[in-house]
Design a protein around this ligand. Structure first.
Ligand code: HAM
Length: 438
């Protein structure tokens, strides 16, 4: 943290800003985040997925193995601990999940349906949809080779979007396959090993670069004019093109199977997009990303995922078919704000007990306990002050109910229950309050 000192005043002052690329969450932001997390969690449970967790710290080597150059080197928060180990703060969940499964491979009953909501850290340039600290829902199914695993996760995605009340015309799930890239490189482009990784990068930037600049870029990475033409054609492919090569390409065959199942289930916010490649090295077959297509405010994917059947091999274990995704909170909250899909902020407190006289403090605490035991979130005034100020506080916090107990009410063993919206007041016994509010 930055230390500031002034020449006049020798005292040092600490900055109140959070570390670059991170943000503090005040109650209102927590409310929105918890709204999203709640929908993720409840939907995952409704599909039979179980929650797990892993440490925030991992050996850095876990990411060097198969996460790819960008994540493992440029974006990793890594340090050497006091014991000389190279440690990283987790930038993603998938390698940790693979480690957890590999450690108990023989004891775990397959298929495994798992989810986690946690924080992750990447050293990135902060911008819309990208921060250095963010949360992700990770949802993964392990032990199923069949396309049914991809269909199930797609059904989950659509269920979440429906629960978020997302209009169908504002989002699109884009799907492709890493196996299709193998066909492109080996059978169409006849690309050298060196060219392959450059072409993958080129395909990744294709949607972000202008039509005119793309061929120039391809020339710069040494593709010949025939290869450039073939690659540009490939990037326009649709499902009919896959039909033509389904006997020769595992990727085409699997994608056709997947799209046919999705079609039968009338899931139609999905599109085959040959330029979806994903940046992480461990993906094997189907890959997917979700985009906001209702405008151009949110260019980043809401989530990304794919199949990673070989990841357990880094622990010397046998392959295990696996498919899943990481769904970011920042990109999704941006999307929900864009379409006004967030519910109005409501504070936790349902009822506020005013304090008219210090002598009534004990009575206030007793009433509060009774109300809380009856399921009402209750806040208590702790210091004596003008009633108007207390009501003003309740009003500003949008607390819907207020209890007032002055001398008159106390003598009658009653309280005044005030509805803050209508200003209606009722003289009731405390024991009747839960029923009145209910
Ligand atoms: P990823 O594409 O690196 O995949 O990240 C998935 C999602 O996390 C992104 O689409 C985005 O919503 C969010 N995200 C990533 N980086 C940032 C950032 N710097 N700021 C804000 N949000 C971010 C993975 O992490 C894979 N491990 C996902 C996965 C799970 N694949 C299979 N299972």
């Amino acid at each position: 943290m930055e230390l500031k000192s002034t020449s006049k005043n020798k005292q040092t002052r600490l900055s109140t800003s959070p570390y670059k690329g991170t943000s503090d969450s005040y109650p209102e932001e927590m409310f929105y985040r918890n709204y999203l997390f709640g929908i993720w969690k409840e939907t995952a449970k409704s599909f039979g997925y179980e929650e797990y967790d892993t440490p925030l710290l991992e050996e850095a080597s876990l990411y060097k193995a198969k996460s790819g150059e960008e994540l493992a080197n440029k974006q990793l928060y890594a340090f050497t601990d006091k014991g000389g180990r190279e440690i990283a703060i987790r930038p993603e969940m998938t390698p940790s999940l693979a480690r957890v499964i590999a450690a108990k491979r023989k004891e775990l009953r397959l298929p495994l349906r798992l989810f986690n909501i946690g924080k992750f850290y990447r050293y990135e340039k902060p911008q819309r949809g990208r921060n250095r600290e963010f949360s992700q829902l990770n949802i993964d199914i392990l032990g199923i080779e069949d396309r049914t695993s991809e269909v199930e996760i797609t059904q989950f995605i659509i269920a979440v979007m429906q629960r978020l009340k997302a209009p169908k015309e504002t989002y699109e799930l884009r799907i492709s396959s890493r196996y299709l890239l193998d066909y492109l490189y080996n059978d169409i482009l006849k690309a050298s090993e060196e060219q392959k990784s450059n072409i993958t990068k080129a395909i990744d930037i294709f949607p972000k670069i202008s039509k005119n600049n793309f061929p120039k870029y391809l020339k710069e990475i040494n593709l010949n004019s025939e290869q450039i033409k073939q690659l540009e054609e490939f990037l326009q492919w649709n499902l009919n093109d896959l039909e033509e090569i389904k006997e020769k390409s595992k990727g085409a065959k699997q994608l056709l199977e997947l799209f046919s199942l999705l079609d039968e289930l009338e899931i139609n916010n999905v599109k085959f997009c040959p330029y979806i490649v994903r940046g992480l090295d461990y993906y094997t077959g189907t890959v997917m990303e979700m985009f906001d297509i209702g405008g151009n405010k949110n260019p980043r994917a809401l989530f990304g995922g794919g199949r990673y059947d070989n990841l357990l091999e880094i622990f010397g274990e046998e392959k295990l078919p696996a498919f899943g995704l990481g769904w970011g909170d920042i990109t999704t909250l941006d999307y929900l704000k864009t379409y006004n899909l967030l519910p109005p902020y409501t504070p936790n407190t349902e009822l506020f007990i005013t304090l008219m006289d210090k002598e009534y403090t004990k009575e206030s605490f007793r009433m509060a306990s009774f109300l809380r035991d009856n399921g009402i979130n209750t806040e208590v005034q702790l210091e004596e002050m003008k009633l108007s100020k207390q009501l003003d506080y309740a009003n500003k916090k949008s607390i819907p109910w207020v209890l007032i107990m002055g001398q008159e009410e106390k003598e009658k063993n009653k309280v005044l229950l005030k509805n803050m919206k209508t200003s209606e007041q009722l003289l009731v016994s405390v024991t009747d309050v839960p029923a009145k509010i209910g």
